[in-house]
Design a protein around this ligand. Structure first.
Ligand SMILES: Cc1ncc(COP(=O)(O)O)c(C=O)c1O
Length: 427
């Protein structure tokens, strides 16, 4: 098949995310990826501004990650995790333990971010069930959140962007507080949490857990909020016997400037989800991590935790994750993320003055330009490709989260492409 026919076949038979099943948005044919460049079939090299949705923090085709997977492949690519274990899983958990608060000491390895959120929610529900409080089975969260596309995860996504109306007969209804209004650096005022507090106090006998993306709300709106909000959430959960779940699937592994966003408020949740950059974007792997209190509660009276994916603890994915974490901690990632942050601020902030722009914000290696109206994704994508960059906006948001290895001149090409395209007004 020539490339034209490959793309025709793709259009007719292969479903892509968040697009029509019969008239999908166009896709480009990628043939290779190396460092921060994605190469298309027409030979065009695109500078990657997306890290493949927060995941490819070291760029593509990384020698250390390639080597780790090849070596593991020579032993075995997968074995079931029921009744068997292996060194890649053990070494990975040892490494993760060094990076996380010591209270988080029980790790469940699973296949994707959404599944890790399902597991976190099951853990919270099963904990209270086993403690004789089965009424506590709902969750409180904030608007503009995103936690994945499976049903339980969807139930705690923003009701509008999560399209709750379509699934209303099947989605569990959860509690939603206003999205925090306090910017990352804003002075704390107790009013910021009043709505959340009121809902929590009114419904605490039904609530098993609060689930939040700490500091950065990702796909639900790319919003940043104050660490104080999280400190207050922790206090309210403690005072009212409610578990706290942090979804660090997007924020984990340095993206916000800290290894994990929980380091900003110095708050430890009972349950935490990680994924995406866990394997440096190489393979699908996620983890739900909890503490002794939850493990002991669930296990009381011979209770067992009811989950076990076929590809649990996949050794190839664990090997990639070990290599990715070692590559990260062996690199000057804090400097790199700080440099990206500074440069994004310098180069993106002036866009704020443009008529069609409603806000520009930067935190860590994340830069967001929010427009006053939705972009035409098909049109804007084509323009970005013509400019030699891979940037995939959604709704009103044009955003960058490049691999940490990006060079300053490459990052400038990303930011100037955004500037030029917005300036043209034809979006
Ligand atoms: C914060 C957050 N939680 C959960 C998910 C779902 O992860 P996955 O796409 O691996 O299922 C995502 C994915 O974008 C995410 O950003």
């Amino acid at each position: 098949m020539n490339d034209k026919n490959l793309l025709k076949f793709d259009k007719n038979h292969i479903l892509h995310p968040y697009t029509s099943m019969i008239q999908p948005l166009p896709v480009s044919l990628a043939v290779s990826a190396n460092g921060v460049y994605i190469t298309l079939n027409n030979g065009k090299h695109l500078i990657d501004g997306m890290s493949s949705w927060w995941a490819a923090i070291h760029g593509y085709n990384h020698p250390a990650l390639n080597k780790a997977i090849k070596e593991q492949l020579n032993s075995f690519s997968h074995i079931m995790f029921g009744g068997l274990t292996h060194k890649p899983a053990i070494d990975l958990i040892k490494l993760l333990s060094q990076l996380l608060p010591s209270e988080l000491n029980k790790f469940f390895l699973c296949d994707s971010g959404s599944v890790s959120v399902e597991i976190a929610m099951k853990m919270a529900i099963q904990y209270y069930y086993n403690m004789g409080q089965s009424k506590k089975s709902k969750f409180l969260t904030i608007r503009n959140g995103y936690h994945g596309d499976t049903f339980a995860a969807m139930s705690v996504c923003d009701p509008i962007t999560g399209m709750h109306s379509i699934f209303k007969n099947i989605l569990v209804s959860q509690f939603f507080a206003k999205s925090p209004d306090c910017g990352f650096n804003e002075k704390w005022n107790e009013d910021y949490i009043l709505d959340f507090k009121e809902i929590l106090l009114k419904n605490k006998s039904d609530i098993a857990g609060v689930i939040l993306e700490p500091i950065v709300q990702g796909a639900g709106g790319m919003r940043f909020y104050s660490p104080y909000y999280l400190k207050r959430v922790r206090e309210l959960c403690d005072q009212n016997d409610i578990l706290l779940i942090f979804d660090e699937i997007a924020t984990g592994f340095g993206r916000t400037g800290k290894m994990f966003a929980l380091e900003y408020p110095q708050v430890v949740p009972e349950i935490m989800c990680i994924g995406k950059a866990l394997t440096g974007g190489y393979m699908s792997l996620a983890a739900t991590i909890t503490c002794s209190k939850i493990a002991e509660g669930i296990s009381k009276n011979d209770g067992v935790f009811m989950h076990g994916p076929t590809f649990m603890g996949n050794p190839l994915a664990c090997s990639a994750a070990i290599a990715s974490i070692k590559t990260l901690i062996g690199s000057p990632w804090e400097n790199r993320v700080a440099n990206i942050e500074n440069q994004l601020k310098i180069e993106l902030m002036p866009i704020n003055k443009m008529e069609i722009v409603s806000d520009v914000r930067v935190l860590g290696a994340i830069g967001v330009v929010e427009l006053k109206k939705n972009v035409n994704i098909e049109k804007i994508q084509k323009k970005f490709i013509e400019k030699g960059v891979w940037i995939r906006p959604f709704g009103k948001l044009i955003y960058l989260m490049p691999p940490y290895i990006i060079e300053s001149n490459e990052l400038s090409i990303l930011t100037s492409s955004i500037k030029e395209i917005i300036k043209s007004g034809d979006i």
